[in-house]
Design a protein around this ligand. Structure first.
Ligand SMILES: [Mn+2]
Length: 325
């Protein structure tokens, strides 16, 4: 038995679909950085021949759990790990002793999986790699730029856009698994009626979200934020809108529950590294964790800490700007 594990966003599902093409008949699971160690534990019991993990960030906090989960696999299990999230040098070296690792910052995970298995893949896998690149804003890589010329790139953006938008409205555990299988079979997103309808619906909702952020976003220093939108999802998008609509350099879309506040963070027109910023700011806050990419990150903390977090982030962004000018 073989397993493919991947993330639930467009880069995740396309990198996962490409892995399914390389390892046909694999069981497919969605995972995420906070869960990957549990999923690996569970799978190790099945003593699989092959495991392919893609687009799952290696979480510093969970790193020891990941290593001990990897230790549970028999020696004969081949584990392929392909990722593009920042990782510490030490963690990378340790991971490499246990898995076959391809790691590169810049390209999408889908591109990396494609390049890794290129010789064993059908033609349509290249389109999947390009959808993944577009989905994760990794469309500037040499590979993506080169291969956009192989098709009409405007059509590729439409197909990738249908995926990006429809995923806002999909229950990712259930329905996305079918989507991954269809993509692996070579069905274009535009040929999937449910995907087209959901994408249009999501785009209409997104336009309403924009208007909501326009009237409700607030600003502290160079950080714009929107708190508790009356709608589920659309967090990365509303974080971007919050930055733009308050003319800020960082945007946050946050949702609070009884104890916690959970948020997506995006940057705008500024090269501040959000992952570094969070590493810097979150230590010392109650129940706080988070991270991600330089341009897109997430965090959560005790809800009482949110004002302090906002102030620290605003100060960090200010300090970052004054150092540059
Ligand atoms: Mn990704």
């Amino acid at each position: 038995m073989n397993y493919v594990l991947s993330h639930g966003d467009v880069d995740g599902i396309t990198s996962g679909a490409i892995s399914l093409l390389k390892f046909p008949g694999s069981t497919y699971y969605f995972s995420k950085p906070s869960q990957i160690h549990n999923d690996l534990y569970r799978i190790a019991k099945e003593r699989p021949d092959i495991v392919s993990v893609s687009d799952i960030a290696v979480n510093k906090k969970r790193f020891d759990n990941i290593l001990s989960a990897l230790d549970r696999f028999p020696e004969s299990t081949e584990i392929y790990w392909t990722d593009h999230h920042p990782i510490g040098r030490k963690q990378k070296r340790e991971l490499e002793t246990r898995v076959s690792l391809v790691h590169e910052i810049g390209p999408s995970a889908a591109e990396l999986v494609y390049r890794r298995f290129e010789n064993d893949l059908p033609e349509h896998a290249l389109r999947l790699a390009l959808y993944g690149a577009i989905g994760d804003y990794c469309d500037n890589s040499n590979f993506a730029q080169l291969h956009f010329e192989d098709y009409d790139k405007r059509t590729l953006y439409l197909e990738a856009g249908l995926l990006v938008q429809s995923l806002q409205e999909i229950d990712y555990q259930r329905e996305s698994k079918d989507l991954v299988r269809e993509l692996a079979l070579g069905v274009a997103p535009s040929a999937m009626n449910n995907i087209v309808q959901l994408a249009v619906k999501a785009t209409r909702i997104e336009n309403e979200v924009f208007k909501y952020v326009q009237t409700n976003a607030r600003k502290l220093g160079r950080v714009g934020y929107i708190l508790d939108m009356p709608i589920r999802g659309y967090r990365g998008k509303s974080a971007k809108f919050a930055a733009y609509l308050t003319d800020s350099n960082v945007g946050i879309s946050a949702k609070s529950s009884a104890d916690d506040v959970d948020m997506s963070i995006r940057r705008r027109g500024l090269k501040v590294d959000l992952n570094k910023a969070l590493n810097n700011i979150l230590s010392g806050l109650n129940d706080a964790h988070g991270g991600g990419h330089p341009a897109a990150a997430g965090a959560s903390m005790h809800r009482n800490e949110f004002p302090r977090f906002l102030q620290r982030l605003a100060d960090y962004v200010d300090a970052n700007i004054s150092r540059k000018t």
